[in-house]
Design a protein around this ligand. Structure first.
Ligand SMILES: Cc1ncc(COP(=O)(O)O)c(C=O)c1O
Length: 378
C-alpha cells in the first residue's frame, strides 16, 4: 500500500474566530511553568538519521517526558481544566472521549485539582490503554463504535449528569474548551523554539505533524503563522490511510469526515472528523497533507529505537512517530517526488518532528520492535 498526498496552496492568514482569539490571548506556558511537575521536554538532534536520508539536520522533540504521562496531551487538558475552574471552582466531574492519551491527560488534570473524571473510549481500545487512564483516577467506559461515537456518548452523558465536557475537538457552538486545549499545546512549540535557537545553524525548514482531529497540528500551524507569517517553516500533516479526515477536508475544500474504515495501529490518530477550530487554521497554513499506511509507522518506531551511528535511542509509539513516518514515505516513494519538490527537501534542509508519545501501548510497541510488525488490529 502506498501513501497519498495533497498539495495545498495556503494563504498564510490566520482566520479571525473564537479559537484564534483564545490562542492569541492565552499564555498557557506561564501556567505550565508554575506547575511543580513542569520540566521542558528535550529536543534532540539526530545527525546520523539526517545523513541516512541525505538532509541537513533532523531534530525531534521528545514528549514522552511530559508530566510523567508518556505523551504531550497533559499540556492541553490541565490548562483547559484550570481555565474552567477559574470560571467555576465548584465543578466536580470532567468527562471526555478519547482513544487513549487525551483521556489519561484529563484524568490526571482532574485528579490534580481533586476532581473526578469519566472517560469514554472506542470499542477497539486496548485493555492496557484503559488501565493507564484508570490509574490516573478516572472511571473508564467502553463505547460500541469508533472515536466519533465515543464523542457523541460523552456529550450526551455530560448533558444528562451535569458533567463538564473536556473534548479536544471543536464543533459549531463548542469551541472554547478545545481552543484552551490547543492553547495548552502551544507551550510545546514555544519551548521548542527556545531550545532550537540554542543549536548551531538552527532553524526548521520543514515540520511534519501527525494528526488525529488536528488540534495538535492546528496549534503548531497557528504558532508558526503567528510568529513567522509566510516565512514560516513548510508544514506537513500526516494521517493514517484509513482515518484521513484532514486529507479528506483538503480534498473537498471543507470540513469533511473520513470515509476510511478506521483501521490503523496509530491509535491516537484514529479519528474520522477534524476539529472545527483546527481545520480553520490548517487550511490556511499547511503545505502538504499526507495519508500513510501503517508500515511507515512501524518503520519510524524502529528507526528511532534502533538508531544509526551515534544517534540516541528514542522511544516513540505508533502515533508519536507519525511525523517521521510521513517523512519516510516522502523520502521512499517515487510517486511522492512532487512533495519533495514543493517542500524543497534538499541536503541542507532541517527537518523537525515531535514525538508526541512514548510506548503508550507496550504490547504493540514491543511487537513492533521485536518483529518489525504489529499484529494488533486497531
Ligand atoms: C500521541 C498522539 N499524537 C498525536 C495526536 C494527534 O492529536 P490531535 O487529535 O489533536 O490531532 C494524538 C491524539 O490523541 C496522540 O495521542
Amino acid at each position: 500500500m502506498e501513501a497519498s498526498y495533497l498539495i495545498n496552496r495556503p494563504d498564510n492568514e490566520i482566520v479571525k474566530n473564537a479559537t484564534t482569539d483564545i490562542l492569541k490571548r492565552s499564555d498557557a506556558l506561564k501556567f505550565h511553568t508554575g506547575l511543580p511537575e513542569y520540566r521542558p521536554t528535550p529536543l534532540f538532534r539526530l545527525p546520523d538519521l539526517a545523513l541516512k536520508y541525505n538532509v541537513g539536520d533532523i531534530y525531534i522533540k521528545d514528549e514522552s517526558h511530559r508530566f510523567g504521562l508518556n505523551a504531550f496531551k497533559g499540556l492541553g487538558a490541565v490548562y483547559a481544566i484550570s481555565e474552567l475552574l477559574k470560571e467555576n471552582p465548584n465543578l466536580e466531574t470532567f468527562c471526555t472521549a478519547t482513544d487513549g492519551n487525551h483521556g489519561r491527560a484529563v484524568a490526571w488534570g482532574a485528579t490534580r485539582f481533586e476532581k473526578r473524571s469519566v472517560v469514554f473510549v472506542p470499542g477497539d481500545t486496548t485493555l492496557q490503554r484503559m488501565k493507564c487512564i484508570e490509574k490516573e483516577g478516572a472511571r473508564v467506559e467502553k463505547v460500541q463504535g469508533n472515536y466519533d461515537d465515543a464523542c457523541a456518548v460523552a456529550e450526551k452523558a455530560c448533558k444528562e449528569n451535569g458533567w463538564e465536557l473536556v473534548q479536544d475537538m471543536a464543533w459549531e457552538g463548542y469551541e472554547k474548551i478545545p481552543a484552551d486545549i490547543m492553547a495548552g499545546y502551544l507551550s510545546l512549540f514555544r519551548e521548542m523554539e527556545d531550545s532550537i535557537h540554542t543549536l548551531p545553524d538552527s532553524r526548521a525548514d520543514v515540520v511534519f505533524m501527525q494528526a488525529g482531529v488536528g488540534s495538535f497540528a492546528g496549534a503548531g500551524a497557528f504558532y508558526y503563522l503567528n510568529r513567522y507569517g509566510a516565512r514560516r517553516p513548510r508544514i506537513v500533516t500526516v494521517e493514517p490511510l484509513e482515518a484521513d479526515g484532514i486529507f479528506a477536508s483538503f480534498t473537498s475544500g471543507q470540513l469533511t469526515t473520513s470515509t476510511g474504515n478506521a483501521t490503523t495501529i496509530m491509535a491516537g490518530l484514529n479519528c474520522g472528523t477534524p476539529s472545527l477550530g483546527a481545520w480553520d487554521i490548517l487550511k490556511n497554513g499547511v503545505d502538504v497533507a499526507l495519508k500513510i499506511p501503517d508500515h511507515y509507522a512501524r518503520r519510524a518506531v524502529r528507526e528511532l529505537f534502533f538508531p544509526d551511528g551515534c544517534d540516541r535511542r528514542i522511544i516513540s509509539g505508533e502515533s508519536g512517530a507519525g511525523g517521521l513516518a510521513g517523512f519516510l514515505a516522502v523520502m521512499s516513494e517515487k510517486n511522492l517526488e512532487p512533495v519533495r519538490k514543493v517542500l524543497n527537501i534538499t541536503k541542507s534542509s532541517n527537518i523537525l518532528f515531535i514525538s508526541t508519545e512514548g510506548d503508550t501501548d507496550k504490547t504493540v510497541f514491543n511487537e513492533i520492535i521485536t518483529t518489525g510488525e504489529s499484529t494488533e488490529k486497531k
